[in-house]
Design a protein around this ligand. Structure first.
Ligand code: GLC
Length: 723
């Protein structure tokens, strides 16, 4: 059995059992992170894993060569997490090279699979946790928890998928964005004013490119002050927001964690007056520097600060804004006064000297280490549950709680759904917003990382997820953008974002071919939106995965296939993620139907089980439909508001018979209003199929079925909905 060794010195105050068998162990007196929503009943259960409480607490598991580890969320590397180190400590890591052990999220859920048995674990702790999954010692999986007060949840199930479901039930339903958030978004750090954004909008229109919104990076603010808009660069912002919204195009402004210190600036003044900022050791608001220069950090761990900061978003909603991205909320810190002073002193000492190699590197490193130095985390405090906490001990809650504040504020003022993503996150935040995977680069390896990261993040509760398509840093090529589009076309969050001073990355910034291919791929994305939205909503409702690793569905020999993914129950993706490839190797665990999707038509052919080479052009999407499954397709429109569901096309691969539930709603109301669930069943008869459509969608007039059978014969059936 997993972790069969005797427990050493673990002091459990309490143990509880949840409805679905989840066991909860409370060590010491943990901070309530709010990650777990389900309540357990007190029961005497033994924690049999090998744990030694201390600084850090050490939890170890034996590893057999065949053991696998899944989960841990936003991290680089393989889906099976074996043989690496991971640090769960939210970090502004702008350079995602292969050796990096931490990124922006802290997602402490994993599944240890051993001998066809598996147990899921969630370490509910807001500080640092380090995982060594057999890197240092191949037969040992060790976890260092930097504290003695935490909870551990153990989740049971006969399959990894069932464990995920049990875990997701324990942490509560994920955030639901509006349907328009499934459209395509253009973004760039460096769109400097209204005129430039207007040009982007017009260019998309002129080129007949689908567009749902444009993200506004920090250039829209006045001196990087949150909840301000530069009058000079956006002279009539409200009107501008309204004008674009009429065309179905949303503006999504950024909000950063730090509040500029400036007398007379409302958010700063109110923050001081209301005692909303994190404090230093002398009980003064802690000073650090980020984009605006010196800032204070709102203490989002205080509930009064969350409601105050949440209300600040009203400034934006009053201007017509319905979506926001929360950034720099690990929090990222450029420098603090103490370290800057020391660095400057060192530089002065060096002036005029003949520096030897050590002195030179000391000087260089002292300046380089100003950025995001973790010493800063020992210098400021939060107040939570009437207690004072050193930032370091609760670090991973910061971005999470900022996003809770935003969610509550936006919900209160809009009273409908809104788009909200955050860069930093921890488990629990999944109920309040989505995440993007931060500052990746225009590298082919990052496209592959994107593919592998999605299921691991999804397991940790987050559904509205995606990477900066095309890559944030570095120089994107037309080919990379096109290949990335072919993957992001399936991700709930599809945003093309790039950094200041990089090569322009809009679909029209490359050759005529790239523009044409992008157009065709974006239209395909819009054709998929009814299916993607339905799958998202069903997955959230049923605590199932949207992105599933191959290992969860198929037997052993497919466990290592990590650049193919499953979506819902229906699809398998095998995107190209390498340069100069017109083909790629795809390994099919079973016979499937290969779909070639273009704006105007969708072709179906059968693909046998086993490895094979698949040709994959740049102008269409290719993916596989699993046996007895079907997917609905809408039309290739340029905006979600234009997607009517009057006419659907359904592609199906039917052997014994298939059933599908298509979900839809008004895409904007909160709660359960206007939900429609249409049931389609297809039963094969001798030379045809019986089709039943129960509770047809209100708008639906007809469905064009295209059904392929196991011999590869295709039938088209036009199905009219009876009035
Ligand atoms: C951070 C964000 C990035 C943004 C930049 C400027 O690096 O991750 O997306 O463009 O800040 O605001």
């Amino acid at each position: 059995m997993i972790g069969s060794k005797a427990r050493k010195g673990g002091k459990i105050v309490k143990s509880l059992r949840h409805k679905n068998g989840v066991e909860e162990f409370v060590f010491g007196t943990p901070v309530s992170t709010g990650a777990v929503v389900e309540k357990g009943r007190a029961e005497n259960i033994e924690f049999r894993e090998n744990i030694t409480l201390g600084e850090p607490t050490l939890l170890t598991f034996d590893l057999e060569p065949e053991d696998r580890i899944y989960g841990l969320g936003e991290h680089l590397g393989s889906i099976n997490r074996r043989g690496r180190r991971f640090r769960s400590y939210c970090r502004d890591e702008a350079n995602h090279t292969e050796d990096k052990n931490e990124l922006y999220g802290a997602h402490n859920f994993f599944i240890h699979v051993k001998d066809h048995q598996q147990i899921g674990y969630f370490i509910d702790f807001p500080g640092e946790v380090v995982y060594d999954t057999g890197f240092q010692e191949e037969e040992v999986f060790s976890i260092e928890i930097y504290g003695k007060n935490f909870r551990i949840l153990k989740i049971f199930g006969d399959t990894p998928e069932k464990i995920v479901t049990g875990f997701l039930q324990a942490i509560g339903k994920a955030y639901i964005p509006p349907k328009w958030a499934f459209g395509y978004f253009q973004s760039r750090w460096g769109y400097k004013d209204q005129k430039e954004i207007e040009e982007v909008y017009h260019r998309f229109k002129k080129e007949d490119l689908p567009l749902e919104g444009i993200y506004l990076d920090l250039d829209y603010m006045e001196d990087f002050k949150n909840f301000t808009v530069s009058k000079e660069r956006f002279p009539d912002f409200k009107e501008f927001v309204g004008k674009l919204k009429k065309e179905g195009v949303y503006l999504i402004p950024i909000i950063d964690a730090g509040v500029k210190i400036e007398a007379g600036y409302d958010t700063y003044e109110e923050g001081i007056k209301g005692k909303h900022f994190c404090l230093d050791g002398e009980e003064n608001p802690y000073v650090a520097a980020v984009w605006p220069g010196k800032v204070h950090f709102p203490d989002f761990l205080q509930s009064k600060t969350r409601s105050w900061f949440g209300d600040q978003y009203r400034f934006l909603t009053d201007l017509g804004i319905e979506g926001v991205w929360n950034d720099m909320n690990e929090p990222a810190i450029f420098y603090d006064e103490k370290n800057l002073e020391e660095a400057v002193d060192l530089a002065s000492e060096c002036r005029g000297k003949n520096l030897n190699v050590h002195q030179f590197f000391q000087l260089k490193d002292t300046f380089a280490n100003l950025l995001n130095n973790e010493d800063y985390h020992q210098r400021f405090y939060h107040r939570m549950e009437a207690k004072k906490h050193l930032h370091r001990d609760v670090h991973n809650l910061y971005g999470d709680y900022m996003t809770r504040a935003a969610n509550e504020g936006l919900g209160k003022h809009l009273k409908r759904r809104f788009l909200l993503i955050s860069r930093a996150s921890s488990i629990g935040m999944h109920r309040y917003g989505g995440i993007w995977t931060g500052d990746n680069a225009s590298w082919w390896t990052h496209l592959e990382e994107n593919i592998r990261m999605m299921p691991s993040i999804n397991m940790c509760g987050f559904y509205y997820i995606g990477a900066d398509t095309g890559g944030f840093g570095g120089q994107c090529s037309g080919e990379l953008l096109t290949r990335w589009f072919q993957f992001s076309a399936f991700a709930p969050l599809f945003r093309n974002h790039s950094a200041l001073d990089t090569r322009p990355q809009e679909p029209y910034a490359f050759s005529k071919e790239v523009l044409e291919h992008s157009r065709s791929l974006l239209k395909c994305r819009y054709r998929l939106i009814p299916y993607l939205y339905s799958t998202y909503m069903k997955a959230v409702e049923n605590y199932q995965l949207f992105f599933k690793p191959m290992a969860f569905q198929y037997p052993k020999e497919y466990e290592a296939v990590e650049d193919q993914l499953l979506i819902g129950e229906e699809l398998m993706l095998a995107p190209i993620h390498k340069k100069n490839q017109s083909h790629r190797l795809v390994d099919l665990p079973e016979k499937m139907a290969l779909v070639t999707l273009r704006e105007e038509e969708a072709d179906l052919t059968l693909a046998p089980a086993g490895p094979q080479r698949l040709s994959y052009d740049l102008d269409h999407l290719r993916f596989f439909l699993r046996p007895n499954q079907m997917i609905p397709l809408g039309e290739g429109k340029n905006n979600v508001s234009k997607l009517s569901l009057e006419k659907l096309e359904v592609l199906a691969y039917i052997r014994e018979g298939g059933a599908h539930v298509f979900y839809d709603d008004d895409g904007i109301s909160m709660g359960e209003k206007n939900q429609e669930r249409m049931h389609i069943t297809i039963t094969p008869r001798e030379n045809s199929y019986d089709i039943a459509v129960k509770k047809p969608h209100g708008a639906l007039k007809s469905i064009d079925f295209k059904i392929i059978n196991h011999r590869g014969e295709i039938q088209r059936i036009h199905y009219k909905i009876k009035e």
